[in-house]
Write a protein that binds this ligand. Sequence first.
Ligand code: TXA
Ligand code: MG
Length: 326
Amino acid sequence: MLLDGTDASAVERAAQMLADGELVAIPTETVYGLAARADDDAAVARIFEAKGRPADHPLIVHVAEPDGALQFASDMPAVARRLADAFWPGPLTLILPRAAGMAEAAAARQNTIGVRCPSHPVARAVLAAAHRLGVPGAAAPSANRFGRISPTQATHVIDEFGDGLAVLDGGACDVGIESSIVDCSRGHPVLLRPGVLTQVQLEFAAGEPLLAADADAPRAPGTLAAHYAPNATLRLMSQQMLTSALQVLGDVPLKLAVYSRSVPLSAAKGVRHRRMPLKPDQAAHELFSVLRELDAEGAQLIWVEEPPAEPEWDGVRDRLLRAAAA
Ligand code: TXA
Ligand code: MG
């Protein structure tokens, strides 16, 4: 069931559902989230059930205002404060030490909590309205079934879960890939998941280098190798490899789609070509919806040209590598 995110009464209704412990899909600037009140373990359990997500994979809590993080965190380390000041509201999740007894199920009982203050006006409106009804924050993973592509449009969410779920429609998500995640709970900040904020931007605001995730980094399903997978088999190739593969391609027995910045010289007959944007932000914005469209067209193979080896492309490259690993 679609609810119009620009309609104040629909936003109120969604907030009331959250307050009542029900699930509502909400738009954010990154991707759509499947939300439940974070302080209600039974409500949060419904998220895990609907997604088919293992119960030991923690969720991100979304708050209406940056200060709302302090409801869930026992402490805001200085580096977290600097990052929040620079990027909240926005596409950044901070892992913080968790306030005792708060959001046990959302945190998958770890002693840390992921918190994000999103910038999407509809997300902020529904979180603020729910807050007025006593909801301190909403736990919300991406609104897709476990291991599948994150939804960037309200209709994608309906495609994942059916029309029985209430989906607050806030249009197509601006950013298009999930938030950057920085762990600030372990002394030195660690980049657990790249997003559209570049490492340089994050380090500049943090005032110190971000370490790379290592073996004892906390569990993050978004960091499993195989994730964000379309139905089609996806392969990443250099431009050169792609060009020669297309040249030697005879009759394609499978439905093949190519997603590349360059236009293949001799796109074989019957091969579907989609042009990848030259700008990383635009590529991120459309990435998941392009993969969904190619799936819907029945593509069995998707050959994708590797993004440029530049830090601005880290988020897009990360998602493509995971889709290719599936
Ligand atoms: O942009 C986003 O972050 C979207 C929107 C809806 O906000 N949400 C999202 O949620 O991508 P999800 O559940 O699909 O991915 C959350 C990631 C997972 O990799 C999870 O393991 C990690 O955040 N995470 C959450 N809490 C954590 C914690 N306490 N410690 C380490 N990682 C955590
Ligand atoms: Mg996800």
